[in-house]
Design a protein around this ligand. Sequence first.
Ligand code: GUN
Length: 287
Amino acid sequence: MSAVVIDGNRLSRERIDWLRVEIERRGRRGLRRPGLAVVVVGSDPASRIYVRNKRRACKRAGIVARDHDLPESTSQAELLALIERLNADPEIDGVLVQLPLPAHIDPAAVTNAIDPYKDVDGFHAENIGRLVLRQPGLRPCTAVGIMTMLRSIDMAFKGAHAVVVGASNHVGRPLLMELLLAGSTVTCCHKFTVDLRSHVAAADILLVAVGKPALIPGAWIKPGAVVIDVGINRLEDGSLCGDVEFDAARERAAFISPVPGGVGPMTVAGLLENTFQAVLAAEERGR
Ligand code: GUN
């Protein structure tokens, strides 16, 4: 069997084009475009690329992206003061602070300073808590993008065994909550898991978000499984690869997401969808 490759670039473009139509429709009714503040501190090369992609996608969707490129020396107090201004700005619906931040800034303090209604990354403790309690507000955008991918292949979530490898705050844990909400049986694997192979082999849906090339050999995959690779690793020759051995996994899976061109662009689409949800929610609250 050779798996169907889930084309994240195409799906992301479709979602963004749909958003553009909705935003233009709002414009004709005299309603404003959503506004997204994009904050970057320092010059981490990977962050620069991610942020450039996010800004381009905003342009395509008709979202107004306001750039805040701050020097590495920015203090935590200065960053928190900027967030306070953005929280109060009626033209800004979403605030994105690109991670990682320089070592002298506490990312949790920054994330939790963003107004939960403007937290388009979905990383605020309130939004994560809401997801856990089945009262979702803004949801973490990588998980949003992955659920869109899975729905695009008509994934039957209920009764399926979903195995998430990687328990990070921003990807693994939110994914577990989304899959649980969708009715799957979920298993979380992490660095202390014993016999990772047996868990992987039991997965109807396998989601890997660790950041280690070839962590999951293709031979481990259950025949007919759906494989979502969240890892983005740069190899010495400059090429990108995921955490799953793609060619071998493709021979066993029914569906597989590639790297690049899989989850990455879907995270961007998730961010823009959240920004659109944020402007709708702001209007509902009379802001
Ligand atoms: N750094 C890598 N991925 C992300 C993301 O989805 N959001 C933010 N804010 N920073 C990131």
